[in-house]
Write a protein of this length. Structure first.
Length: 261
């Protein structure tokens, strides 16, 4: 098995839990913790993990552990797609944390006009190179920037797959509030559900030198997140809809939907 970093255990934590696209650069919330984490994520995914991420999101052979991560992400992507209308013609969708663009392409093939944003200029450039020609009436615009920037206008739906799992609950709710203000129908997102196994792996990861670690994910209990969303004044016009946890080997993430009341 090919190692990604010097320590095998550190590599397992990175590849299994932390190799996910991240939040976005640009005009943000004015929240210090959000901005600091965003800068860490930008550096990590643009300078350190871009090659690893490019391989994981391709058809290239990967280790058994990464196969489980790839399979889990495929299932999560399909789950989010299933929650959206099959016909997206005439709809504008934000792919918040697009990575190498697989979800954005799926949305465009349903007819959507997709704005796909990621912090990593390297991953965005790769997404542009991978963009196929057979999108029909759909369209994708790839942008390196901040998913909270208001410069890109309003959307019918927002999808944020594994792009907020590095943020603490307070910051996540603020991100959802910012996205909801520009969304007409639904916001689909994922979070890292709190569980003993994940908590143990994160504690082990904190032992290693920071240079050997990917940015931490932040596990959140579902009940706690539901309560925080319900208590948010800026999300008062929204309600929680579908939710589903996807577990595949070393990949664990939970999808949740908020829709306008």
């Amino acid at each position: 098995m090919q190692a990604v970093c010097r320590h095998k255990s550190s590599w397992l934590i990175k590849s299994a839990l932390l190799l996910v696209p991240a939040g976005r650069k640009g005009k943000a919330m004015g929240n210090t913790s959000y901005e600091e984490k965003r800068e860490q994520l930008e550096e990590y995914f643009d300078r350190t993990a871009a090659d690893q991420w490019a391989k994981l999101t391709s058809d290239a052979p990967v280790s058994g552990i990464r196969k489980t991560v790839r399979a889990g992400r495929d299932r999560m992507r399909q789950t989010l797609l299933d929650w959206l209308p099959h016909d997206l013609h005439g709809m504008r969708i934000l792919d918040a944390g697009c990575g190498t663009g697989t979800l954005a392409v799926d949305l465009a093939r349903r007819g959507a006009q997709v704005v796909a944003i990621d912090l990593s200029a390297t991953l965005v450039e790769l997404a542009r190179k991978r963009l196929p020609d057979d999108l029909g009436e759909g369209k994708v615009e790839f942008i390196s920037g901040d998913m909270l920037s208001t410069a890109y206008g309003n959307f019918d739906h927002v999808v944020a797959m594994d792009s907020m799992i590095h943020y603490e609950k307070h910051d996540m709710v603020q991100v959802l509030s910012g996205l909801a203000q520009r969304t007409r129908r639904s916001v689909l997102f994922t979070f890292a559900p709190s569980n003993p196994i994940l908590a143990t792996m994160i504690r082990v990861g904190r032992i290693f030198p920071r240079s050997d670690r990917a940015p931490f994910i932040e596990p959140i209990a579902e009940d706690s997140l539901r309560a925080a969303i319900g208590e948010s004044q800026s999300l008062g016009g929204w309600k929680i809809g579908n939710t589903e946890k996807i577990s595949s080997g070393f990949y664990t993430s939970q999808a949740m939907e908020i829709t306008k009341r």
